[in-house]
Design a protein around this ligand. Structure first.
Ligand code: CA
Length: 756
């Protein structure tokens, strides 16, 4: 007996020792507060702490701002007024399906009175766990979510009025208090558009104690009714508590029905708080641990926080029915339908690096996302461009074509979906949504007739639209080739993919808006933001020829002129013309204050530009600037981003760039090489293979790639092949503090261009 006991202890220690050594808790590097020190005038990320599971249907956020304010949690705030279920992708798009819980002392219901002082020193924010001391109420609140549910743990003081306010928000809500079951149910309809009339988020909240008192309220005033429907209703329930007494609430919601909300509650039903938290920690460690890096502590924190941000969106907008099958409420037609649905994503931002990252690291996730895209087409007649949860009118381009094509070209999307998705791309590329201007292609008739969207026909940001449509046409053409579609069908897209040439103005060596009669827009100020472009100027947008950098180089007059133009982006002082917006928009300010010339990493159009030096024989310039951006513009602090993070895009840029490569052209099976930030990284691919990246002598000064080996062989190319990486690879960078001006300089070293 004794012997067995000692032996089991020995085994336990061995197992623990092994576990401690072997499994790293990546989630501990994640700081969800990064980017939350932002406001309307200056975005350091415009993020909020999303307390969630990866891609979870619901996120939870401590709410410092008033109901309806997109800056829901601000690092500079002093008060918390609720813990809100949120689906907000960005403060500019705002939220839907929202309601909150707030523990208080007494009957303080009003959101302007119930708020409490808090300190970041008495706050713990983890990807799947949040805890804070609400000083004015002397209550510790903790919460931990699953994909569709959450558990709250309130630790109360000695009091006969320890209460919890449930706020179903305004613009139409419903509440019902069911004391016999320790339960509240309700729904919220507050949204920001993009939903059918029957949209509701049904919630159910079950406490683990009998209520000592309870009441519904209407417009913050108690009402003696068990059930209420009105503009803004809620409930207060309460307990007599001893100091340190813990009350738990289990919360779930559904976009389908109360019955489904109860089913979703099963995610936490018989589990303890600590168990749900431990499962959440495991699920994040699985997602984050796909990449294991060695770098300094600040870089490691920044990296895993960026990977967390890259794996929140697009959000699961589906639930599991009684048979365990995925079903979704369609934000497009209001019906409940079988299959997957994802949402809360602006493709203008995320086609660039965020989707390529999902394809690279989490292809099984993208299979589901692609099915959701096809469902969106079947339910609305269009692929989405900016969904939250349905089509929203925001930004430009037809970049769903990039996201769909990448999945097909990399053979991640299941084959039976290739043709239907191709047909969805064709339809979306040749029409404009009757109500939502940014879905489909605004100006499609002009574009198809003239080859560009004219500047002077009342369609804003026409040059940005044209450049993105041309790239989108290349995406369609590539899929057409892969599907062996008839030449007469796909030649059209091949030709249209060169439409960017229409806008090239050789007198400035820049892209410029063009009138319907073929003359260029005039006057033309290359430093003017907006107008013919979108949230950027001509200097930023000229590089939006993702698929044919070679042709752009030729248009500019060859390699040296092209490099000169790239250099100029950093050399032109950060002056700007904001007249299109009638004031300095935050993206302009974020460029102006960085001391990096006209380089504007805080917004998406230019985020691939630095990598273009690799197409022109001077890769060391990319290496220099990439490390500047990584070192200077990404920090593990509340002001850690340099502009809107935007649903994982700006984070995915950092994740790729830290590893030393980046998907300049998402549909191409190449990643363009930069300068790795890590000392070492292991990428554990889903297919079981490993990519090992080592950067010998890497440090801030030694940012220049001297030489490279892939699987032991010298590698002079400025790109890595996707299919080669899938087989597993050992990549060795040798770094130094002087540019290696003889490496990667030959035309054969350059990455893919359509013209080659
Ligand atoms: Ca942006």
């Amino acid at each position: 007996m004794k012997k067995t006991f000692i032996l089991s202890i020995a085994i336990a220690f061995t197992v623990l020792g092994f576990a401690a050594k072997k499994s790293r808790s990546y989630i501990d590097y994640v700081n969800p507060l990064i980017g939350s020190q932002s406001n309307f005038a200056l975005s350091n990320g415009n993020t909020y702490p999303a307390i969630a599971r990866p891609w979870g249907m619901n996120f939870w956020v401590p709410q410092t701002a008033k109901m309806g304010d997109g800056w829901v949690y601000s690092y500079d705030a002093t008060h918390i007024r609720g813990f809100k279920q949120t689906h907000q992708p960005s403060p500019w798009i705002n939220d839907y399906g929202q309601f909150s819980l707030m523990p208080v002392q007494g009957m303080v219901i009003d959101e302007n009175k119930r708020g409490s002082w808090f300190s970041h020193k008495a706050e713990v924010a983890k990807a799947n766990y949040y805890s804070v001391y609400l000083a004015d109420h002397d209550i510790v609140t903790e919460l931990t979510p699953t994909e569709r549910a959450a558990i709250f743990r309130f630790t109360f003081p000695e009091s006969d009025s320890s209460s919890v306010v449930i706020d179903a928000f305004d613009r139409g809500s419903y509440i019902k208090v069911i004391p016999s079951e320790n339960k509240i149910i309700g729904y919220t309809t507050r949204n920001s558009g993009g939903v059918p009339d029957n949209f509701k988020n049904y919630f159910v909240i079950k406490f683990n104690r009998r209520f000592d008192y309870s009441t519904a309220w209407n417009s913050f005033k108690p009402v003696s009714a068990a059930e209420l429907t009105d503009n803004h209703v809620g409930a207060v329930i309460g307990f007599k508590t001893k100091r340190g007494q813990v009350v738990e609430a289990r919360v779930a919601s559904s976009f389908i029905s109360f019955e489904q909300a109860e089913r979703n509650l099963l995610e936490v039903a018989d589990k303890s708080f600590d168990q749900v938290r431990a499962e959440g920690t495991d699920s994040w460690n699985k997602v984050l641990g796909v990449v294991d890096i060695e770098a300094n502590l600040d870089q490691t924190r920044t990296f895993y926080s960026a990977l967390y941000r890259s794996t929140l969106f697009p959000r699961m907008f589906y639930e599991y029915d009684a048979n365990g099958k995925p079903v979704h409420y369609s934000p497009y037609n209001g019906k409940v339908l079988p299959g997957y649905m994802f949402t809360d994503n602006g493709f203008w931002d995320t086609f660039r690096a965020q989707f390529p990252l999902i394809n690279f690291l989490y292809p099984s996730m993208n299979k589901k996302i692609q099915e959701g895209l096809l469902n969106t087409f079947l339910e609305s007649g269009f692929l989405p461009e900016w969904a939250s949860p349905g089509h929203r009118d925001c930004m430009v381009g037809n970049n769903s074509a990039s996201i769909v094509s990448e999945g097909i070209l990399k053979e991640i999307t299941p084959r039976q979906m290739w043709l239907p998705l191709y047909e969805a791309m064709l339809k979306t590329a040749n029409s404009n949504h009757p109500q939502v201007r940014s879905t489909g292609r605004l100006g499609v008739d002009y574009y198809n007739k003239l080859g560009y969207v004219p500047y002077n026909v009342g369609i804003n940001e026409s040059a940005a639209r044209t450049l993105e449509y041309a790239y989108n046409d290349w995406c369609i053409y590539q899929v057409g080739l892969k599907l062996k579609r008839p030449a007469e069908e796909i030649e059209l897209y091949k030709n249209r993919s060169r439409n960017f040439m229409h806008l090239f103005d050789p007198s400035h060596n820049l892209m410029r808006g063009k009138n319907a009669d073929g003359t260029f827009q005039s006057p033309f100020n290359p430093l003017k933001w907006g107008d013919a472009f979108t949230e950027g100027n001509s200097w930023h947008y000229t590089w939006s020829v993702f698929h044919d950098v070679e042709k752009l180089k030729q248009l500019m007059g060859g390699r040296e002129k092209f490099v000169g133009m790239l250099d100029s982006v950093f050399a032109v002082p950060p002056i700007f013309d904001d007249s299109y917006y009638g004031g300095v928009i935050h993206e302009i300010r974020e460029m102006q204050i960085m001391n990096m010339g006209n380089y504007a990493h805080g917004n998406q159009p230019i985020q691939h530009m630095i990598y273009l030096y690799n197409y022109a024989g001077e890769p060391w310039k990319a290496q220099y600037h990439l490390r500047e951006v990584m070192d200077k513009l990404y920090l593990p602090t509340p002001d850690g981003y340099c502009g809107d993070e935007d649903n994982g895009q700006t984070s995915a840029w950092y994740v790729f760039s830290s590893l030393g490569f980046y998907p300049v052209t998402p549909g191409v099976d190449e990643y363009v090489i930069g300068s790795p930030l890590v000392q070492k990284a292991v990428v554990n691919l889903e297919n079981g293979k490993k990519i090992e990246i080592k950067a010998q002598d890497n440090n801030k000064a030694n940012r220049y790639v001297q030489s490279m080996k892939v699987n032991g062989k010298k590698h002079s190319k400025n790109y890595l092949n996707y299919k080669d990486l899938l087989k597993g690879a050992k990549i060795q960078f040798t770094m130094g503090n002087e540019p290696a001006t003889n490496r990667g300089t030959q035309p054969a070293d350059q990455p893919y261009s359509f013209t080659k």
